[in-house]
Design a protein around this ligand. Sequence first.
Ligand code: ZN
Length: 385
Amino acid sequence: MSEIVDAWVRRLKGKLRPIGEMTHWERMAAAFELRRSDLVPVAPELDYWQITYAGYSHAEIYNDVDKTTDACIRTWADLRTDAIWMYVDISHQIENFIPPEKRPEHFVHRGDKDYLLFKPVAKTIDEAIELYESRAYERYLEGSRAVTHYVPHMLQLLEFQEKMDRIVPVIVGIATPSNYAETLVEVQQFVRWTVTEPKKVKRYLDLALEERLAALDFYAEIARKHGLHFVCLFGGARTWGPRQLREFGYADEIFVQKAVKLFPYVFWHICGHNLPEAMQLLVQWDGIKAVQYDMPYYSQKLSWPEWCESVARLFAGKRCAMNSPTTQTACHGTPEDVRRMVREFLDATLPHTTAVVMPGCEVDSYSPVENVRAMIEEARRKPLP
Ligand SMILES: [Zn+2]
């Protein structure tokens, strides 16, 4: 039981103005199940952004679970998006691979609104394999921010979800094997090794997969019991070409097969410049209900509406499409740019499949409030076909 959650439940329960005819939860569930909803759901990934929106600095929340949770609920109560994204930073993901005394040199805090920067944990593929083989992630787990921050924060938000009678879903992000494999050593390194050291890369990915499958057991045990239904799988492999996807995509595929058996609403997050091949792969992996995709790959000479339409046609009858505006436009564009991009995405998508409005990656901490509000308003203005 958490005081901060109870205070918010007392303040909000039974007192919220209705938005549309469905609850936020029902609206998101309908989109995932490719059913009609009353309004187009809108659920921007507000990770860091909601911290400063709620009036905190990142330094202030870094070691304060209650303030982190307070920021997420406060932001939701104001903006009434169709989901609450929990706050996640890179330290939650990799601190348990690093001995406590070495952690300070791996993470760099800059300004109040800046992302936490980090240095890679291993420099060579052998070092990376050794990290897993020695089970560093188990030895250093206790006292790491996965345990002291990520899990308590997740449980507080799920407590809010349940005490509010599931009117709004909480989205929990879980990183996939490819995401871990890339993050621990840096993406460019990893991609280079897929060419120069394919056998070792396979060993490394197998170990990452083993750890991730065990992590899913933990989520099944703890998070599912506390009501988790909506899961975002943070995919890596964003810069992989078709050959790499064929050769090394298996680890993520096995991971997905397990995740979709545990949770009813699983979607895949693939940000950056997306390849049509990657989109096709995501349509083949059974059980994923939606895909949070991003911009077309550089070599695709497609306009924004053309790209959105090509993905929507591919997803027809199979996946809900989640996108728009781009993370860059959400940060650097005008509210009118944001509105136009949301409209173009919806016009191109809704004739073919369901849509959720959200940028392809997390909303940048520096994005203006007016842009986030414009995104929400524009999504809710769109009449459904
Ligand atoms: Zn992303």
